[in-house]
Design a protein around this ligand. Sequence first.
Ligand code: GDP
Ligand code: MG
Length: 661
Amino acid sequence: MRIALIGNQNSGKTTLFNILTGANQRVGNFPGVTVEQKLGNLIGAKNVFVIDLPGIYSLSPFTREEVVSRDFLLKEKPDGIINIVDATNIERNLYLTMQLLELNIPMVVAINMMDEMTGAGGSIDVHRLGEMFGVPVAPISAAKNEGIELLTDMIVRCVKNRRTPTHVDFYSGAVRRTLYSAARLIEAHAAAAGIPARFAASKIIEGGDPLPERLNLTENEMDILRHTINKMERETDARSDAALADARYEYIKKVCSESVHKIRETRGQIRSVAIDGILTHRILSLPIFLCVMFLVFWLSFNIVGKFLSSLLAEAISYLTLTVNGALIAMDVNPVMRSLAVDGALRGIGGILAFLPAIAALFFFLSILEDSGYMARVAFVMDRFLRGIGLSGRSFVPLLIGFGCSVPAIMASRTLGSERDKRMTISLIPFISCSAKLPIYAVFIAAFFPAHSAFVMLGLYVAGILLGILYGFLMNKTTYMGKSAPFLMELPPYRVPSAKSARRLIWMKSKDFISRVFTIILLTSIAVWFLRTFDFRLNMTADSGQSMLAVVGKRVAPLFTPLGFTDWRAPTALIVGFTAKEAVVSSLIVLLGEERLTDIFTPLSAASFLIFTLLYTPCAAAVAAAKRELGSAAAALKLVIFQTCTAYAAAMVFYQLARVLC
Ligand code: GDP
Ligand code: MG
């Protein structure tokens, strides 16, 4: 038994999905968080599956995620639908409900956010509402876990009894007549194509939908349809799609006037309008955003991160010493001891210490997102992104890019046009992903401890500015043109849920730890091996004679113009292609007892930071880009372009700074 969750964006589908299945999907007070369908098992019912789908406003697909949801309904034919309706936005949400009813699939309408509705003194007569639509209705609050049992009961019973929505006459007059005659005319074709007749009829009347082509209508039938539709347009004095939409809204209004008692705007809505006056202010919005981000970095790194990370670092170095001592006491072979201590433990430990800082960063970002602030930023950014021919829609993948480029590149799939998608993917590498944070943090702590939050924010902003410049150039050359219009509904401000923040921190930490113990561990051991042995597999007394050094010294001259005089710097950068954290872990392993200040000056350290900010995305991101762009050549171009940009930027910086300082 498969049950699909369908509803408008931001109506609480994923929140409900997580409750129903115990899953940990990402919830965000931000339209467009869910871009793919997710399957989960209903808790307590082995053979019932729940599917979370992207939010849609209607069954006429405009964007890719709407296509995902609609295709699922029509092609995969779920056994039941839970239609989630946001009680605080009920009229618009019910528009989708009316279209879903035409599909003739067992369905329950779940009116969500009842807590906000009742908080504002409103109420809903669910029986009357259900009667007028011909479906069972359940009031719930997904975030507060209220009414969920009743809802699951209802839908399971509906599906078991194959109870499809009761047929109710929504329309009257010309629209009703046209719908009926069209449905009757195409009935046989629709049945053959496996599409509900009423649904197909309304799509034909709306026009502009490729679906009716699957019906194989004869020329003659098409003529009759065209004629009936023209007649309706004359009678209603409106285009057919508008006439149908009007008729739907009219019925919704009638339903709401009889069953919904909205006393006043919800408190949240009043509050949102007031806050928006400031946060989306034409001039103030950008400085406010920069201040907020500064605060986030400062809190993550200088307050929470610094304290917890230094505790963790101490614990790790204590552990390393203890293990080392124990291995010496047990008289373990020195090569094996070096492998465990100088390779594995040092590499892992150097990265693991950043766990608190990264968790804190994601905690603050999730609060910003959950509160609804990030949606405002997307709205404000629309203005700037238009300047480079993109829209605020691209802000969503770019924002995800602060976490990791791989999901960011995947999220660009939701963008309206192919052009927007390709351009956004080319810009994602300019956004510093969280894997680069350990690199920044280590270098900043060693060279610029007095201005850490500033340098950190500066790196982020520099990347973004260069990205904007590049976008501007692309818009003037390869990707001329305009972006698709950006329509986004601003969700109300909400108090961020602790559960959602906890979930995010847990997921990010798990992810981070598993990376540390897989890819970072492996690269650390590989680097240890290559820097400990020479080509004849003899252990070298001094790492300067090792395999890695011999090769690294060949490559190193290429990087002297950037100020990296020691072979270990470029070597670490190359290892960093596997994962950006590996730049730090391999530097630690390579340096052994030496310190960063032995091989870098503050100037060359800054140049190194600029290089890491811009150079090629990691292997996983390149693979994702190849998948989304559809060709290895395009992904390779991305790698070459980024690396050349990084090289040029770092060299220009270093040479200029050397002359000036
Ligand atoms: P989706 O886009 O439909 O998947 O919606 P989400 O599940 O991501 O939720 C959107 C926002 O609504 C999040 O900020 C949730 O915390 C919030 N939310 C979900 N259900 C409720 C509810 O019952 N009451 C309130 N007040 N907020 C809710
Ligand atoms: Mg969702």
